[in-house]
Ligand binder design. Structure first.
Ligand SMILES: Nc1nc2c(ncn2[C@@H]2O[C@H](COP(=O)(O)OP(=O)(O)OP(=O)(O)O)[C@@H](O)[C@H]2O)c(=O)[nH]1
Ligand SMILES: [Mg+2]
Length: 256
């Protein structure tokens, strides 16, 4: 399977080189796409140097900070137009440990979307404060029950999508950027009848650099869930459900 790992970056100079080294040590046959938003710290220039040294590394430069959601959408389109069979979402800050890549690569053989989950046995968030656990945990339960998404971690951003999924979810109509982006994609994938699998991950806090998480991002996710549940119809792309594959434990179209 031809796979692409999409890594959006904004000021990740200190993480990027060691992250790529780690990724290739666990998954030497994947390609990487860095989507950099003109990071002031020189991440974009470093990405170009890494591309020159290694043909598996590709770079998209955007003129300004345009948000995580649009960076991924750009990456997904790149994956489709360059013939990749599957595309990953991965943060640059080592929260998404490359050691799990083999688990994802195995799981995606029989699923349409694999989500690295903190909220199934084997998953954890060991260095989070009680407050952050509470917000994330409640947010997930809220999204899960309001939207009927039968997965335990729908805000998780460590994922692998099959190409067919990306082709079917009308990428241009996605507006959300932060956690809402992850919830919206999970919801659309579920609505299309694709198979979602969760694989456990231990989520570590970023090693170096600054977090871009904010109250605004939490509020965006909350409003997305409410808006989708009670109001506006979210477009979810052409209605061509795939054949439903076997599932266990978690819900109708989901297994882990
Ligand atoms: N291209 C691009 N990348 C971004 C943007 N905002 C964040 N990123 C990247 O997206 C990834 C996730 O951002 P983080 O700052 O780690 O946010 P987070 O993971 O929600 O928050 P923490 O858990 O506190 O780390 C990182 O690789 C960032 O560099 C953006 O506007 N454009
Ligand atoms: Mg992070």
């Amino acid at each position: 399977m031809k796979t692409l790992i999409i890594i959006p970056t904004y000021n990740e100079y200190e993480n990027l080189q060691s992250l790529l080294r780690s990724i290739f040590s666990y998954a030497p046959h994947t390609a990487i796409l860095i989507v950099d938003d003109n990071s002031p710290d020189g991440t974009g220039e470093l990405a170009d140097q890494l591309h020159e040294k290694d043909s598996r590394v590709h770079v998209i430069h955007r003129a300004e900070k345009l948000g995580l959601g649009t960076a991924y959408v750009e990456g997904f389109k790149y994956a489709i137009s360059n013939g990749y069979d599957a595309a990953f979402e991965m943060d640059a800050d080592f929260s998404h440990d490359p050691q799990y890549l083999p688990d994802f690569l195995q799981a995606i053989e029989d699923a349409d979307l694999v989500i690295g989950s903190r909220y199934i046995p084997g998953g954890a968030t060991p260095n989070w404060s009680l407050a952050r656990r509470f917000i994330s945990g409640c947010g997930n339960i809220f999204a899960r029950f309001m939207l009927g998404i039968p997965i335990h971690d729908c805000t998780a951003g460590y994922r692998c999508y099959r190409r067919e999924v990306l082709e079917n979810i009308d990428l241009d109509s996605i507006q959300s950027q932060g956690y809402a982006f992850q919830v919206e994609l999970a919801y659309r994938v579920m609505k299309q009848g694709f198979t979602i699998v969760e694989t456990p991950i231990v989520f570590m806090d970023r090693r170096v650099g600054k977090s871009k998480m904010s109250r605004k991002i939490v509020a965006e996710a909350f409003l997305y869930v409410l808006g989708t549940r009670f109001g506006k119809q979210t477009p979810s792309g052409p209605s061509v459900p795939t054949e439903s594959k076997q599932s266990d434990v978690v819900g109708p179209s989901v297994r882990r």
